[in-house]
Each structure stands twice: as structure tokens, then as C-alpha cells.
Design a protein around this ligand. Structure first.
Ligand SMILES: C[S@@+](CC[C@H](N)C(=O)[O-])C[C@H]1O[C@@H](n2cnc3c(N)ncnc32)[C@H](O)[C@@H]1O
Length: 205
């Protein structure tokens, strides 16, 4: 983990507050995809303080979630306990996570734009690898206009998404939803205010 120590320290510091930095409610785009969630297993990547994985467990799915911040994981476990939700939380960075092959019915990635284009390519490949054929990839991130809004996200243009980026990365997927939009969001003080957003739901064929 030495390679990430600066970034890990930064995230641990950000999460070391009494409240939930990204709130306790699931991301709005994920909630909008409820109609696609049937039964099965899901992996929530870079899940932070658990708001999304807990909501997924409440939908009746078997949920694995990982994040590299032990501070976030501890808060996630506490939140899950208070909501009586079962989530298998793992403390791991994405590079050393055991992704397996064709393991999950759903892979959910919400606001994980810490990855620069090179890392992102590798990370997307891992997400693809672990998703079963027929499974759904659900991704939410900030769009390029977020550089103007500055209401959350990495503040690094090359880490932001366009619909084209996601569609071309998952080019052999059936696209169920792809959109670029602007919305006033309130997902904790980490994501607050008018935002430029990109959402993608694709089915691995
Ligand atoms: C913007 S937060 C989003 C958290 C969560 N997905 C949500 O929407 O509430 C980004 C998360 O990525 C995690 N993270 C950053 N770098 C990581 C890495 N290399 N491996 C795993 N998690 C990482 C951080 O700890 C943080 O929880």
C-alpha cells in the first residue's frame, strides 16, 4: 500500500469527521437504476462510507464492497449495523483487490475519479473482468463541465468522463442508459451543489 500512502492519508483525513462526508443516502443515479436490479451479487467499488453498498443490500442483493480507507470502512460498518444491512466490506486498494473472473451480476462504481487515464483503463478492465456475461455495469461520475462547477470531484480534467469515453470503453456492451446532465445534488458536503454528471448502465454480452 506504500505507493498510495499520500492519497490514503488524504482520504483517511477527509473521512475523519463525525458526519458522513458523502451522506448516508445512496447516490441518486444508482437509485434511478433500481428497475434493473433483480437478484444476485454485486461489487461496489471504492465504496467509501457505505451509502451505496448498504442501499444495494437493502434491494436484496448479496453485496461485496471495497475501499482502501480503513476509516471509511469503519464508518460503513457502523452505518450498515444501524440499518441492519448485510454487506461484506473489504479494505483494499483496487490494484491489489482480488477481482476474480465473471464473479458478479452487477458492478457498481460511483464517483471513483481518482484514476488518471492510464490507471482508469486498467481499473475499467478489472471491472469488466469481474462482471459475469449478462451482468450490468453501473457507473456515475462527473462530466467535464464539472471543472467550472467545482462542487465535488477530483478537479482534474483528464479524470472526468464523457459519454463517449464510457461507451467506447464498454463498446461491446448493450447500452441501457447513457447520459450527460446537469443537476443540483446534495450527497453530503463532499458532493454539494450544481454538478455536471455522466451516467452509464451497460449489459455485458
Ligand atoms: C469520492 S469518494 C466516493 C465514495 C463512494 N463511492 C460514494 O459515492 O460515496 C472516492 C473513494 O475512493 C476511495 N479510493 C481512492 N483511491 C482508491 C484506491 N486506490 N483503491 C480503493 N479505493 C480508493 C476513497 O477512499 C473514497 O472512498
Amino acid at each position: 500500500m506504500a505507493k498510495f500512502s499520500k492519497s490514503l492519508e488524504r482520504w483517511n483525513d477527509r473521512f475523519s469527521v463525525d458526519h458522513y462526508l458523502f451522506g448516508q443516502e445512496a447516490n441518486h443515479y444508482l437509485v434511478e437504476q433500481q428497475k434493473y436490479l433483480k437478484t444476485g451479487s454485486v461489487l461496489a467499488i471504492a465504496d467509501g462510507e457505505g451509502r451505496n453498498s448498504i442501499w444495494l443490500a437493502q434491494q436484496g442483493l448479496h453485496v461485496d464492497a471495497f475501499d482502501f480507507s480503513p476509516v471509511a470502512i469503519q464508518k460503513a460498518q457502523k452505518l450498515a449495523q444501524s440499518k441492519d444491512a448485510q454487506v461484506h466490506f473489504m479494505c483494499s486498494d483496487w490494484q491489489s483487490f482480488d477481482w476474480g473472473q465473471d464473479r458478479y451480476d452487477y458492478v457498481v462504481g460511483i464517483f471513483f475519479q481518482f484514476a488518471d487515464p492510464r490507471d482508469r483503463k486498467e481499473l475499467f478492465a478489472k471491472m469488466h473482468q469481474t462482471l459475469k456475461p449478462g451482468g450490468l455495469m453501473i457507473i456515475q461520475g462527473y462530466g467535464e463541465k464539472q471543472m467550472e462547477y467545482k462542487t465535488g470531484g477530483p478537479g482534474v480534467l483528464e479524470n472526468l468522463y464523457t459519454e463517449e469515453l464510457l461507451k467506447s470503453t464498454f463498446s461491446d456492451y448493450q447500452v441501457l442508459d447513457s447520459r450527460t446532465y446537469e443537476k443540483e445534488i446534495s450527497e453530503g458536503d463532499g458532493h454539494e451543489g450544481m454538478s455536471s454528471l455522466v451516467g452509464f448502465v451497460g449489459k455485458k454480452l
